[in-house]
Design a protein around this ligand. Structure first.
Ligand SMILES: Cc1cc2nc3c(=O)[nH]c(=O)nc-3n(C[C@H](O)[C@H](O)[C@H](O)COP(=O)(O)OP(=O)(O)OC[C@H]3O[C@@H](n4cnc5c(N)ncnc54)[C@H](O)[C@@H]3O)c2cc1C
Length: 303
């Protein structure tokens, strides 16, 4: 039985009751129509922003491959290029092909996910968000019917793609530009160098655990990592999981962490910042599976 620990970036999490690699639209629609998971099936992207409980996940988990890993130019007019990118394609592969040739992919630099995960999360960096260049998302709805959603009809926000519940994205159409591509490439290199210097990339993690909170009136904005550091939690450990000594918004697996260890670090950071700084952080990572009542969910304070 395949476990999330085998596939996810944190290297934690229990078994999937049923795991299918989906290679074609027809197969996807059939699976969603017959899905046992509430709202259809659970889609795993590249597992770089997911915390799955140690008990694993019931129902059907799918991963997109085959035709969902293609990228093609749909339209090119002047400098503007519309690129259709399969949801299963990894950002690293896409960037390898197009960064420096087409501008607009900067938001994905250093983000180790798939296009489906990028659209679902509205992934982004200091160079922008994927929502900035998104024209539309293709996929199937929770009933297994083909659907196309225009960018204007999605409620895209900071680290939220706004996809409807149960929607499986199969491709994104991006509006990119030939102009400015070399300049973006240079900025991307600079950005990557800075990340390597400031993030614990040598240990398993899912990147930033919490979203940066909105600035309170009259106060300078503080990043989630700065807040966690300010309550003295850098290096705090539970079992095999640790609030990183290098970047306090990263929780790293020191080698033998369980999903519960990671969750205990999340709770410790959340509760300490709430109690000592009066700010309720909102998790950026998606948490799924069965958890004890006292562990999850944290209040979704931004909604
Ligand atoms: C070292 C590191 C650095 C990171 N840095 C950043 C960063 O700078 N900026 C940033 O935004 N993120 C960052 N992340 C987090 C993560 O890489 C992104 O959120 C990424 O977009 C997640 O994509 P994924 O394919 O791995 O999705 P997963 O983690 O597999 O899934 C995340 C969510 O998306 C849903 N999903 C995935 N595919 C689809 C689909 N086809 N249709 C519908 N829903 C889908 C899943 O069901 C799940 O709810 C980082 C992670 C790591 C490990």
């Amino acid at each position: 039985m395949t476990t999330f620990a085998q596939l996810g970036y944190w290297r934690v999490g229990g078994p999937m009751e049923r795991f299918e690699t989906v290679e074609a639209a027809q197969q996807l629609m059939q699976l969603v129509r017959g899905g046992e998971h509430p709202g259809g099936v659970f889609v795993l992207g590249n597992g770089s922003n997911l915390l799955v409980s140690d008990s694993g996940l019931a129902g059907t988990t799918i991963r997109l491959a085959g035709e969902f890993k293609a990228a093609e130019v749909l339209e090119a007019r002047g400098d503007e290029v519309h690129l259709r990118v399969g949801a299963g394609l990894l950002n690293a592969v896409l960037l390898n092909r197009y960064l420096g040739k087409l501008a607009g992919l900067g938001p994905l630099v250093g983000v180790p996910g798939s296009m489906g995960g990028a659209v679902a999360m509205n992934a982004g960096t200091a160079l922008g968000e994927i929502g900035d260049v998104l024209l539309r998302v293709e996929g199937c709805d929770q009933h297994g019917h083909p659907a196309v959603i225009e960018r204007a009809d999605l409620r895209v926000r900071y680290r939220e793609g706004g996809l409807p519940a149960g929607f499986v994205a199969t491709a994104a159409v991006l509006r990119l530009s030939r102009a400015g591509a070399e300049d973006e490439h240079a900025r991307a290199q600079h950005h990557l160098t800075r990340r390597k210097a400031t993030q614990p990339l040598d240990l398993p993690s899912c990147g930033s655990v919490f979203r940066n909170p909105p600035a309170a009136e009259g106060c300078p904005p503080m990043a989630a990592g700065q807040l966690i550091e300010s309550v003295g939690l850098k290096g705090w450990r539970h079992g095999g999981a640790q609030i990183s000594e290098k970047h306090a918004n990263f929780i790293v697996n020191l080698g033998n962490a369980s999903a519960t260890d990671v969750m205990m670090c999340i709770w410790k950071a959340y509760a300490s910042v709430r109690d000592e700084r009066g700010i309720e952080l909102t998790p950026e990572v998606h948490v799924v599976g069965h958890w004890g009542k006292n562990l999850w969910p944290l209040p979704r304070v931004s909604e």
